[in-house]
Every structure is written in C-alpha cells, then in structure tokens.
Write a protein that binds this ligand. Structure first.
Ligand SMILES: *Cc1c(COP(=O)(O)O)cnc(C)c1O
Length: 390
C-alpha cells in the first residue's frame, strides 16, 4: 500500500486543545470542578438549550435521560431498528422494553408513519436517532409524542451542530443526548451531555450521574458542609474537568469542522452522481446535516461486501453502520428479535457502507476514495448503467 490508511472517522487534537487540558492538570479541580460547569454552559449556549448536564459518555447520557423521565420496569420505549446498540441498551438497563420501529427507505431515519402501530398502553417515550447526523422529522415526532402523551428523547450522538427548520439539535426534543467519543463531531476522549429546557429533569440527571446524591463535592465545599443525602440509586457517570477542558476547546472548532464535513459530503455527492456502484442517502429540505457519517447504498450487483473489502484492500476504512439492533443475539434472546420485524432496516443494512468522513480529510483523500469506488465499476458498467437510475 503506498498511502496511509484512511479511517472512516477520526478526531482532531491541536496544540491549543492540549494546552487547555494542561491548565486543568495544574489546577485544584481534576473532577467535579468549575470546568465541568463551564463546558455545560458552552454546550447549552451553543445549542440554545436552557440546561446541559455532562456525563461520562453518550450511553450514560441516554441512560440518564430515561431515568430522569421516571421510565422503569414494565414500560416500553420506541427506538429505530437501525442504530447503535446503546440507543436500545439504555432502556434495557432500566428494565424497560425497547420496541423497534422501522426506518424510512431513503433517509434510513425513524419513520414517523411506523410509530403509531408500535404504541401500546405501556409506551412512555420515543427515542429518535439523528442517524448519520441528519436530524429526524421533529415536527412529525413531536406531534405523535403530544398526541399519545409520550416523552421525546433525541439520540443526537451523530448530530451535534445540526439543525432542523432553523432550530438547533439539542432543542428539538424533551431531552437530547450527545456523545464525545473520538469519532463523534467533537471529542473529550470519552464523554457525553444531555440538554433539556426542563430544570427538574436537569436536576434529576445531576443527581443520577453522582450516585443519586443530591449535592456534589464542590457544592458542599462552597456551602461549607460535609452532609449529603442519597435519594435515588444513581451511578458514577461524572465527566472530569480534564475532559471538559478538551470539550470547551473542541466546541470552538465545531462550526469550522461542520462546514468541512458538509464540503466533503458535497464532493462525494458530485462524484457519485449516477454511479453504478453506490448512491448516497436522501437529505430532506430544511435541515442542516451534521455529516457525522457518509453512508451510501451499494448496488446489489456490486455487493456491499465487495465494496468494503475492495476499499479496505486499498487502505480505506469502509465500515457498516449498523446491523439492526433487534437482530443482535442479545436482543433475539432477551426480547424476541427476529428477521422480518423491521424489513426496511434489515434490507438497508445488507447494502450500506460508510465512507470515510472527518474534518481533517483532504480533498485528495476524498478523491482517493471516489476513485477507488469508481475502479470497482468498469467490468459492470455496461450492465449496471441503466440500473444506476433505479
Ligand atoms: C456513539 C453512539 C452512542 C453512544 O455513545 P458513547 O459515547 O460511545 O457511549 C449512542 N448512540 C449512537 C447513535 C451513537 O452513535
């Protein structure tokens, strides 16, 4: 291989990020300190949400959101079938049944038309996933949630920086969960955040991330007291000041990185126009797409696995997002997941590939990917050219 391997996603850390973390290392507070609050304020201000609660990772953010809503054993939540397992796991943690709903054929986002048929008297919430960074149809989802008296949670682990009808992701649902894993829009190494406009939900999540104790170490230090009470069973889901310092520094770069992601997506879309090999997912009007993943649907005549192995042989980190959650062995065994339950997600899952996209990719990296995709075409072009417009 004559080039560096190209991953499907990658973080970007500069010297100024490092300096911000070093400042915290020299300070009095490594965790539960003022930098946590400053990062929460920064995310709240960036999204326009009233409250932001920092937690250990995106999975903890989803767990905290469902906990704050008081959802528990015997309840059900609706989740899309095509997502990362954590979207459903957060329900399972609480003894809640995740009920899988199918996705739209062209965007692969949770289909509002498929939700009503999944609602039962036990349903308490819908978790919408902004898959690939494309915000879901929140007008439709809020309408359904309101009609049936359900909470709406957004799994926005892909979509920090995105918007829907001029409203930022982070303000579109009752609670919005973010992840700061290294492949996500910004990183803190590991990290997560929940935004909400509801002060009571925010207070419950602050206790939940700190063992269910109603005050944290710094609040007691400031109040000059040692006394504390645990009122609910929480976890240690705190995010440290070191991580939050990195988060603040990363968030400043997000608008620039988003613009670059959108530019790369534009280059892919132009290069794949009428491609006999693969075509991009649809994008709805009125959204600002955060472009966390660049997912294409591969022509069955080429074969998804052929494209993945062909790209990987050239050092291009093609990936698949995702296997439908209900088909994982755990969900088959524990929740009766079976093929046929969400046919659109299942069919799509066999044909999708995520091409590399991250802000530090160069134009020549993008061309390397598009040329490699094209190279898979020559032998099938005559037969495939008419099918490309299917
Ligand atoms: C990454 C991700 C999560 C979990 O985030 P972590 O920070 O890795 O725990 C949840 N949902 C989706 C859709 C994700 O992509």
């Amino acid at each position: 291989m004559d080039c560096e391997p190209l991953p499907y996603g990658r973080h970007w850390i500069d010297e100024d990020d490092i300096q911000e973390v070093v400042k915290v290392l020299r300070s009095d507070w490594l965790t539960t300190g003022p930098t946590v609050e400053a990062f929460e304020r920064a995310v709240a201000d960036y999204t326009g949400a009233k409250h932001a609660v920092a937690v250990a990772n995106g999975t903890a953010a989803l767990h905290a959101a469902l906990f704050a809503l008081g959802i528990g054993p015997g309840d059900e939540v609706i989740v899309p079938a095509l997502t990362f397992v954590a979207t459903a796991n957060c329900a399972a943690f609480l003894g809640v049944r995740p009920v899988f709903a199918d996705v739209e054929r062209d965007t692969l986002l949770l289909d509002p038309e498929r939700i009503a048929e999944k609602i039962s008297p036990k349903t308490r919430a819908i978790i919408a996933v902004d898959y690939t960074g494309h915000p879901c149809d929140y007008d439709a989802l809020r309408g359904i949630a309101h009609e049936y008296g359900l909470a709406l949670v957004a799994d926005a682990c892909h979509s920090l920086g995105g918007a829907y009808h001029n409203r930022n992701v982070g303000t579109l649902a009752d609670l919005t969960a973010f992840s700061f894993h290294p492949v996500k829009p910004i990183t803190t190494g590991e990290g997560g955040m929940v935004t909400t406009d509801d002060a009571d939900l925010a207070r419950r999540m602050r206790a939940f991330r700190n063992h269910g104790i109603t005050t944290d170490h710094r609040e007691r230090a400031l109040a000059g007291t040692w006394y504390y009470e645990m009122t609910e069973l929480g976890y240690n889901y705190r995010l440290s000041d070191l991580q939050c310092a990195l988060g603040i520094s990363q968030l400043r770069k997000l608008p620039r990185w988003m613009a670059r992601r959108q530019q790369i997506a534009g280059q892919y879309a132009a290069a794949l126009e009428n491609s006999p090999v693969a075509r991009p997912l649809a994008v709805r009007s009125g959204v600002s797409h955060a472009r966390h993943l660049y997912v294409v649907r591969v022509n069955p005549d080429v074969g998804r696995d052929t494209l993945v192995s062909g790209l990987r042989a050239k050092g291009i980190g093609a990936n698949v997002h995702y296997i439908p959650v209900h088909l994982h062995p755990y969900y088959r065994q524990q929740y009766g997941g079976k093929p046929g339950m969400c046919p659109i997600a299942e069919e799509a899952s066999r044909h999708i590939v995520s091409l590399p996209i991250f802000p530090r990719m160069t134009d020549s990296d993008v061309r390397r990917v598009t040329h490699s995709v094209k190279e898979l075409a020559p032998d099938l072009q005559p037969a495939a050219s008419s099918r490309a417009r299917r």
